[in-house]
Design a protein around this ligand. Structure first.
Ligand code: CP
Length: 304
């Protein structure tokens, strides 16, 4: 039995297979409608979510399975003091697979040690978000035709942005990748991520505070929200929240075949005026998430 806690739990070959299955699901959805009949997915969300929880639930429903779970820690017995370990021990007796989001880094890993069914990390604190990364990789592959030889700019909150950490880890395994890290000083990429996945692998990178200086070099621009929920004081959040706002004017020097990604939700960091630009791929990215989560459920449940 396998869980998905970190994106590197999957090999490059396995990610290729998930992308390929996702493409087949998109082309032939009817083939998959009964694949998970009588199977149950539990979504245990101790933190708010729209896309991740609902796309997991939609994914299981489109595979013919059922879903159960909670979307708010306050409506679960964790509000009475139950531990993650106990919750998971119990729920793994009710469901065949569990997707869990938790504000504490490492909680899904702890859950996977107790669970008798596969655990999927649906986001743990400011640490990792591997299934968002799968959606990001599928989107890059569909939009650019490749995961190699790309210059990827990450812009915004690189400190707390867990999707950034997981995507950097994933992209560091492909050939010809360059990273441009664009953030305010206070929201720089954590040094453990930079050391492990960039410096130690000899990957070319630049660090800057200026989105304007980086724009014309990028093949992929990955915008992020400043993660209000991870700040210790509101004053710092208010000072930093609008550090970068992508507008049509800012995109003037950008490549014609740039793609703009964002894990969403967005607050202010991409003007709605950008939404009609063909390079804005973030809503397609959100749609792709359902398909690759379907592929992941099939893989972890070992459904043929
Ligand atoms: N991208 C993402 O994780 O969105 P939600 O927080 O809405 O699930």
């Amino acid at each position: 039995m396998r869980s998905l806690i970190d994106i590197l739990d999957l090999s490059v070959q396995e990610i290729e297979e998930l992308i390929s299955v996702s493409e087949d699901i998109i082309a032939n959805p009817e083939k998959y409608r009964e694949k998970c009949r009588y199977k149950k997915l539990a979504t245990l969300f101790f933190e708010p979510s729209t896309r991740t929880r609902l796309s997991f639930e939609a994914a299981m429903m489109e595979l013919g399975g059922n879903v159960l779970g909670f979307s708010d820690a306050n409506s679960s017995s964790s509000s009475k003091g139950e531990s993650v370990s106990d919750t998971v021990t119990v729920v793994s007796g009710y469901a065949d697979i569990i997707a869990m989001r938790h504000p504490k880094e490492g909680a899904p890993l702890v859950a996977s040690m107790k669970s008798s069914v596969p655990i999927i990390n649906a986001g743990d604190g400011g640490h990792n978000h591997p299934t968002q990364t799968l959606a990001d990789l599928l989107t890059i592959k569909r939009e650019k035709g490749t995961l190699e030889n790309l210059t990827i700019g990450f812009c915004g909150d690189l400190k707390f942005g867990r999707t950034v950490h997981s995507l950097i880890a994933a992209m560091s395994r492909y050939k010809g990748i360059k990273f441009v890290l664009i953030s305010p000083e206070e929201l720089k990429l954590p040094s453990y991520v930079k050391e492990t996945y960039i410096k130690n692998k000899g990957i070319e990178y630049e660090q800057t505070t200026s989105l304007d200086d980086a724009m014309d070099k990028l093949d992929v621009l990955y915008m992020t929200r400043v993660q209000k929920e991870r700040f210790f004081n509101e004053e710092d959040y208010l000072r930093l929240k609008d550090s970068y706002i992508l507008t049509p004017e800012k995109l003037v020097p950008a490549k014609e075949d740039l793609i703009i990604l964002h894990p969403l939700p967005r607050v202010n960091e991409i003007s709605t005026a950008v939404d009609n630009d063909k390079r804005a791929a973030y809503f397609r990215q959100a749609r792709n998430a359902k398909y690759i989560r379907m592929a992941l459920i099939l893989k972890l449940l070992e459904v043929d």
